[in-house]
Ligand binder design. Structure first.
Ligand SMILES: Nc1ncnc2c1ncn2[C@@H]1O[C@H](COP(=O)(O)OP(=O)(O)OP(=O)(O)O)[C@@H](O)[C@H]1O
Length: 267
């Protein structure tokens, strides 16, 4: 990750502002966001509800165009969706009438890249995610954590370089969530993916991220940026929570969020 400032970042946002327009009003969801994400970095976004986290992911994914400012991936302007970017949501969107492996192959089919080689890669990912034994099952036979793992495999099977993860663990029970965090962390590092994760779980953001960005709302802006120290950053998320300094970071992020929540009461 030792890049000179002149090297194009994996993702770069310059003065990004986005307004949602309706017939009778304009609402500024995010304002003047500047961000540089290097290849292989894991960035976590936290902030109060409505501060523009999902909007930012939609802009990076090319699903929306910013009202002003620019978004670059590898130095190229984002003008629409791209196979370089995988987007995973809280809901798994698996089709119950297709088997697990056919759900995983669906992304390949849609992109027109389903062949023996890409299928083998997808099956390899299913194996890594400990799902190979259930590949012929229906999604209805799987637990919530397993379904989320299938959704992640479906996203990774298309080999995106960038993963946008919008609260992918939030609907899971705590135990499953901790296990899945470790698995996702290991998989994304092993495959050298660049990731941006939106979460409401402050401890998750510190345990998973290289950097945590705390957003304020009305309009959505980066209030604080926190670089996570190496011993915490390099540990598996479950272990990271036991590292020295973790609880101080948690207290710090918690206090920042309290300030934002008090400010929101005055909105
Ligand atoms: N399509 C839309 N049209 C109008 N306003 C929108 C639209 N989508 C989002 N907004 C508004 O923009 C603001 C930011 O929304 P966004 O979903 O990005 O926030 P968020 O931080 O992801 O929220 P949460 O944590 O609750 O998921 C909110 O006030 C929301 O109501």
């Amino acid at each position: 990750m030792n890049k000179t400032p002149s090297t194009p970042a994996k993702i770069e946002l310059g003065h990004v502002t986005h307004l949602y327009l309706s017939s009778n009003r304009a609402f500024m969801a995010v304002k003047d966001i500047n961000l540089r994400v290097e290849e292989g970095e894991f960035i976590c976004l936290v902030g109060p509800s409505g501060c523009g986290k999902t909007t930012l992911l939609s802009l990076i994914a090319g699903l929306e165009q910013p009202t002003s400012g620019k978004i670059l991936i590898d130095g190229n302007r984002v003008t629409g969706t791209s196979s370089q970017v995988g987007y995973m949501l809280q809901q798994d969107y698996l089709f119950n009438w297709r088997s697990i492996e056919d759900n995983v192959f669906l992304g390949l089919e849609i992109k027109g890249i389903r062949n023996k080689e890409t299928e083998e890669y997808a099956l390899h990912l299913l194996d890594e995610m400990e799902l190979i034994d259930v590949r012929k099952s229906s999604p209805t036979q799987l637990s919530g954590g397993m379904r989320q793992r299938v959704a992640l495999v479906r996203t990774l099977a298309c080999q995106p370089q960038i993963l946008l993860l919008d609260e992918p663990f939030s609907a899971l029970d705590y135990h499953t969530k901790l296990k899945l965090e470790d698995l996702v962390f290991t998989t994304l590092r092993r495959h050298k993916k660049t990731a941006i994760l939106v979460t409401h779980d402050l401890s998750e953001s510190i345990a998973l991220g290289d950097r945590v960005l705390i957003f304020s709302r009305n309009p959505g802006q980066v209030r604080t940026e926190l670089t996570i120290p190496a011993p915490i950053r390099h540990a598996l998320p479950f272990e990271a929570r036991n590292q020295e300094g973790f609880s101080d970071l948690f207290q710090y992020v918690w206090k920042e969020m309290e300030v934002l929540s008090d400010a929101a009461k005055g909105d």
